[in-house]
Design a protein around this ligand. Sequence first.
Ligand code: GLU
Length: 286
Amino acid sequence: MAGRAGVTRTRFAPSPTGPLHLGHAFAALIAAQLADPGEFLLRIEDIDRARSRAAYEAAILDDLRWLGLTWPEPVMRQSERLPAYRAALDRLGAKGLIYPCKCRRADIRAALSAPQEGAPVIGPDGPVYPGTCRHRGMDQAAPEDALRLNAARALDLLGLDGLAFRDENIAPGTPHRMTRAQFLAQVGDIVLARRGMGTSYHLSVVVDDAAQGITLVTRGADLLDSTFIHILLQKLLDLPLPRYHHHRLIRDEQGKRLAKRDDARAISLYRAEGAGPRDIRRMVGL
Ligand code: GLU
């Protein structure tokens, strides 16, 4: 589904793991506002089968319609896209850029707490992986293994000594940059396929934004650093590079970012109390 040249196509990509709250409503409204007419798309990010619920998905769609948003059907659902993710992994595998990883969270924590390691660095994909399984080849992959990107090899293959992108909202005049050394130290060998999932947030978002012809990715500022990962994957997979707009986060009175568990901010509760779509817009400062 390629976008027409010069058209701004955006998407809102909720995970159906909880109710739609004020933060999501803001993200959806921004995406719809920045899209050209008819170019706002929806995508259900339901790769985490253990946490996704059909009832949440139905409620999210209902709240979005109530907010006045419309989008083309059918809606893309990531749980139906595993062959596309497999194809992307195969391409990276053919270039020798991924390896199977047996490490559990506790193994990684233990390796990182070794005295010579210093304080573990937490990057956009969690603790930076110490490389325990990096020597393993794909021929040694077991079905229960995760698959990781060999980040150093990936950057070398592309001949890159760093990554950069411009954001249209956060410091729009200055490119956001990460050198090769910073990427390896602060991001590292990210997981591209989680154990038992066949993909990961980073891989599926990149594959799907390209498949949907998204030209402007809008999402919360908390994902700004993830964009370096996405740009690297787009280059490795020869995908078009979209524009980016990372927006402010909606916070509670204590300044804490709203999360799925903040059911008290659920749009459905405001609806039940008689609020209208206009009230929601006002509450998020639109
Ligand atoms: N499913 C992700 C979220 O709910 C979407 C992030 C993105 O837009 O890339 O945070």
